[in-house]
Design a protein around this ligand. Structure first.
Ligand code: AP5
Length: 215
């Protein structure tokens, strides 16, 4: 199973992608998480990406494609993966198709998650994440057991992401419309797009996603 989860910031790609990858025994490849780990470790990639991420802008296609190329060759991704946050531009999508064709494999599908902008802004302003495992919580709708620490890392305090500040979220939504939304037509015209409404209880969204992905 090789799936792309597409959709605007805060729609639930990470939340649902993590569950899908775990339940199907596939690798979750989240370019956002990989970049945030690089920023935290102050690697050359992290130093390059930090300012762009803090401003809500995209990191260069070349850099991201190289990152995904390497990550998708790791042993846990051999039998398939769920891509969260990649591709995000048409050139990245073209590069992904070429990369998979080189390996004589292809995508099984692309699922677009949707939700209205005001809901996205609301979700991101109350999102908290674990800096160790990147598990995502929501103070309003999906808090951790004690509301402050990660359920899987009880010693670790949850944090808010720097790019979840209101002004940065607005910028990210603009960037989504201008650079990522064209992917919807790219995949729709190739007959590869399925759409799932990302609203309502997490279990209901997951059931719709799982059925869209198929067996
Ligand atoms: P990235 O980390 O990919 O951010 P994003 O796409 O903006 O998506 P988010 O992680 O903000 O949201 P999500 O859809 O995963 O929602 P989540 O499940 O957390 O990218 C960050 C940055 O890295 C980019 O801005 C860019 O700079 C760079 N980058 C990354 N990839 C790149 C690429 N390919 N090319 C170039 N640059 C790249 O859910 C959000 C909240 O809502 C949570 O609190 C959750 O609990 C809650 N929630 C989820 N579902 C529901 C529901 N149904 N009802 C109520 N609450 C819900």
């Amino acid at each position: 199973m090789r799936i792309v989860l597409l959709g605007p910031p805060g729609v639930g790609k990470g939340t649902q992608g993590r569950r899908l990858a775990t339940e199907r025994g596939r690798a979750l490849i989240s370019t956002g998480d990989m970049l945030r780990d690089a920023v935290a470790k102050k690697t050359p990639l992290g130093l390059q990406a930090k300012q762009l991420m803090d401003e809500g802008k995209l990191v260069s296609d070349e850099l991201i494609v190289g990152l995904v190329r390497e990550r998708s060759l790791e042993s846990d991704a051999k039998d398939g993966f769920v891509l969260d946050g990649f591709p995000r531009t048409v050139p990245q999508a073209v590069a992904l198709d070429a990369m998979l064709a080189e390996r004589s494999i292809k995508l099984d599908g692309v699922v677009l998650l949707t939700a209205p902008d005001d809901e996205l802004v609301r979700r991101l302003s109350s999102r908290w994440e674990c800096p160790v495992c990147r598990r995502v919580y929501n103070a309003q709708t999906a808090p951790s057991k004690d509301g402050r620490h990660c359920d899987d890392h009880p010693e670790t305090e949850l944090r808010q992401r720097a790019d979840d500040a209101v002004e940065t979220v607005k910028k990210r939504l603009e960037v989504y419309q201008s650079q990522t939304a064209p992917l919807v037509d790219f995949y729709r015209s190739g007959g590869r797009l399925k759409e799932v409404r990302g609203m309502g209880p997490l279990d209901e969204v997951y059931a719709a996603l799982s059925s869209a992905v198929g067996d």
